[in-house]
Design a protein around this ligand. Structure first.
Ligand code: NAP
Length: 254
């Protein structure tokens, strides 16, 4: 696949590693200016930034769950880049909190952290990015959801709920923002080979999970990045509001 993102500014949350880093590299390779955020892993972020090559790319430390931090970030971002053509809401957390094995305080903390990061964090980014997009004639928002929104996440219930919420929010914003030439897309991967999934995939259930797909494997981060780039390309605006499965036929929903 070839793309042309020259002249485009792409903002990616959680771009320091995993799917976000693969997405940052793909956009940089095809000519975009890439701005990515990370929460705290500065070494990984620096390594990813170095891998993007010489251009006006940048990384910023930002907790998307911190409303004031997001507002301050956009003030800095708008002053330096003026526009965001493409926003990829990728930052996310996946923490275990089995209902019958988790103390109530831990339960509450997991729900708060997960919803604030995976759902409200994305909503906060959409809030400010959409204003910049409206000012500049439009844009594209691509939200990274999960198969878990549909299949259930028995050991990570807040995660499943956060991704179902992200799907619903994306569909609402797709309707609200279409008159401003902003399309909103969702990609729902099954398991992907990243640090987030490493413990599960390397554990006793790893082979079982890989064999959920008739391909006998899980997704690669580059495959998710490739679909992000497809949605970010011109001509796909009319798929706005849709949710694309990327799970190797491991879970088919009707
Ligand atoms: N891996 C999978 O199997 C899988 C499957 C379906 C969906 N997804 C979704 O795909 C997205 C990326 O997952 P991944 O596997 O690439 O994850 P990952 O390897 O764990 O990377 C997560 C990224 O998000 C950042 N991040 C986490 N919390 C943040 C916060 N509060 N504010 C800002 N950045 C934050 C991390 O920054 P630091 O490194 O600084 O913490 C890191 O850059 C997530 O939304 C995830 O839910 C993943």
């Amino acid at each position: 696949m070839t793309f042309d993102f020259s002249g485009k500014t792409v903002l990616i949350t959680g771009g320091s590693r995993g799917i976000g880093a693969a997405t940052a590299r793909l956009f940089a390779r095809w000519g975009a200016t890439v701005v990515f955020t990370y929460r705290s892993g500065e070494e990984a972020a620096k390594a990813t930034l170095a891998s993007l090559g010489a251009a006006n790319h940048a990384m910023y430390r930002l907790n998307v769950a911190d409303p004031a931090g997001v507002q301050q970030f956009f003030a800095v971002f708008a002053a330096r880049y003026q526009k965001a053509d493409i926003l990829v809401n990728n930052a996310g957390i996946f923490t275990e909190h089995k209902i019958l094995d988790t103390g109530y305080n831990d339960w509450l903390q997991n729900w708060n952290n997960t919803l604030q990061t995976n759902l409200t964090g994305a909503a906060n980014m959409c809030y400010f990015a959409s204003r910049l997009m409206v000012e500049h004639g439009g844009g594209k928002i691509i939200n990274i959801s999960s198969r878990g929104a549909f299949r259930g996440e028995p050991d990570h219930p807040a995660y499943g709920a956060s991704k179902a919420g992200l799907n619903a929010m994306s569909q609402s914003l797709a309707i609200a923002l279409a008159p401003h030439n902003i399309s909103v897309h969702v990609i729902a991967p099954g398991f992907v080979e990243t640090e987030m999934a490493a413990e599960t995939l390397e554990g006793p259930s790893g082979d079982l999970i890989k064999n959920q797909s008739p391909f006998g494997r899980v997704a690669r981060p580059e495959e998710v990045a490739g679909l992000v780039a497809v949605y970010a390309s011109n001509g796909l605006e009319f798929t706005s509001g849709g949710i694309a499965d990327l799970n190797g036929a491991s879970y088919l929903r009707s």
